[in-house]
Design a binder for this molecule. Structure first.
Ligand SMILES: Cc1cc2nc3c(=O)[nH]c(=O)nc-3n(C[C@H](O)[C@H](O)[C@H](O)COP(=O)(O)OP(=O)(O)OC[C@H]3O[C@@H](n4cnc5c(N)ncnc54)[C@H](O)[C@@H]3O)c2cc1C
Length: 280
């Protein structure tokens, strides 16, 4: 931990969220406090002081605050979903627990790490991206001029560690539409070792006669593939299309080679498509 900063301000109002020169937002701090301070950062603005309700659900869908911790996500929306595959108004949330577990965080880290921090980091293994993209969620972003805008979670991450957030923008919350909450979802994950960093992850949702599959971790930025139910040939073609994009199509780091990630992604995607087949 390298805490070579001058100030930490606790934000309590929206006006407090206006960054001063050298400031960056602080969520749970599990990433910020585990890395050397980024060049030029001299102060942090703690968003957890905003007191946002971690999550709520009503007729319009589910809202999850940027400051909702991963533990709160599992014990709240995660518990609504019930076991994967079991019908119910929140069956789509049956994959929440698996998506959080995919982060392989210690209990201590999961207690403080936030949904907003995970999304804002834009790491390929950021499983909140795969979770909320599969649930067709939008991120509500507070802009520094006092306004707000929405961006689909599937469009939020633009590359490894790069997100569609400009300086001073706050990831206020993610919103999952009510329709997605009741739809079947599936989750698959691969890593080199049982407790290792996620190297390939596929989340999916059944939408009528189609299935939306979200590929993350094996690719620098998410891919959303919409294919017909049981149409494994179409899925192969879509995955070939990713491979055709060139050497950088599949992510590479110590947690898996591009070729292995590509093979795992294909296998997991077919498994998820299979699981989401049959009656809607
Ligand atoms: C043991 C361990 C394992 C980990 N494993 C993984 C993993 O498998 N995959 C993975 O993706 N990460 C992993 N991480 C990294 C990190 O802990 C998580 O991504 C976590 O969810 C980050 O959330 P946080 O609230 O702690 O973010 P912070 O550390 O507080 O912030 C992270 C970044 O997001 C910005 N930020 C935070 N909240 C907001 C917001 N609401 N609006 C705008 N910007 C914001 C901050 O300015 C900072 O740039 C791991 C960390 C540890 C310590």
């Amino acid at each position: 931990m390298d805490l070579d900063i001058d100030t930490v301000r606790v934000a309590r109002t929206r006006a407090d969220c206006a960054l001063r020169p050298g400031e960056a937002f602080l969520g749970g701090g599990t990433f910020l406090y585990s890395e050397p301070v980024a060049a030029g950062v001299t102060g942090l603005v703690d968003l957890t002081g905003m007191g946002w309700e971690p999550w709520s659900v009503d007729g319009s869908g589910l809202r999850v605050a940027g400051t909702c911790t991963l533990e709160e996500l599992v014990s709240g929306p995660g518990s609504l979903g019930g076991p994967p595959g079991v019908p119910g108004p929140y069956r789509g949330l049956g994959i929440v627990g698996e998506c959080v577990a995919a982060l392989t965080l210690s209990a201590k880290v999961a207690r403080t790490a936030t949904v907003g921090g995970n999304l804002a980091l834009g790491l390929p293994a950021g499983s909140m991206v795969g979770l909320f993209a599969a649930l067709d969620a939008v991120a509500v972003v507070w802009t520094p001029d006092g306004g707000s805008r929405e961006v689909a979670v599937s469009d939020l991450v633009t590359g490894a560690g790069s997100v569609a957030l400009s300086g001073g923008e706050v990831l206020r919350e993610v919103r999952v539409p009510a329709a997605a909450l009741g739809q079947r979802t599936a989750f698959r994950r691969a890593s080199l070792t049982p407790n290792g960093r996620t190297a390939a992850m596929v989340t999916g949702r059944r939408i009528g006669d189609d299935v939306a599959l979200v590929l993350t971790a094996s690719v620098p930025a998410p891919h959303v593939l919409l294919v017909g139910v049981d149409d494994h040939e179409a899925l192969d073609r879509r995955i070939e299309g990713i491979a055709g994009a060139g050497d950088s199509a599949w992510y590479e780091d110590t947690h898996g080679s591009p070729a292995w990630r590509a093979a795992m992604t294909r296998r997991l995607a077919h498994e998820a498509l299979e699981e989401l087949g049959g009656t809607a």
